[in-house]
Write a protein that binds this ligand. Structure first.
Ligand code: ZN
Length: 102
């Protein structure tokens, strides 16, 4: 088995350095920023919009909200706001059949 050693972190390449520089830029408090690319443009996907009888666009159902626009262009789905963690429940004990009394 090969010996495992701790390797010092590598210097970021030009692309990663640019991303880190963008992420470190000052922003307004609470402003959303993508954790992957540092982008600040959000995107909302609405499914099923249509033009009604009055000629106005009726919005459909929001299927994806606060998605990073720049990551989406590259085919990466990155939500700008993470859902709060869900509580994991203990599975219910399985009900066993009562034993037949002899
Ligand atoms: Zn992004």
């Amino acid at each position: 088995m090969p010996e495992l050693r701790i390797v010092p972190p590598a210097e970021p390449d030009a692309k990663q350095a640019a991303i880190e520089r963008v992420k470190a830029m000052k922003r307004a408090p609470g402003m959303l920023q993508c954790s992957k690319c540092g982008g600040r443009d959000t995107m909302t996907v609405v499914t099923g919009s249509y033009i009604g009888q009055d000629g106005k666009i009726k919005r459909g159902t929001v299927t994806a909200d606060k998605v990073c626009y720049h990551c989406d262009k590259r085919g990466i789905l990155s939500f700008m706001v993470q859902d709060p963690p869900k509580l994991v429940k203990e599975p219910k004990p399985r009900r066993t059949k009562p034993k037949a009394v002899k």
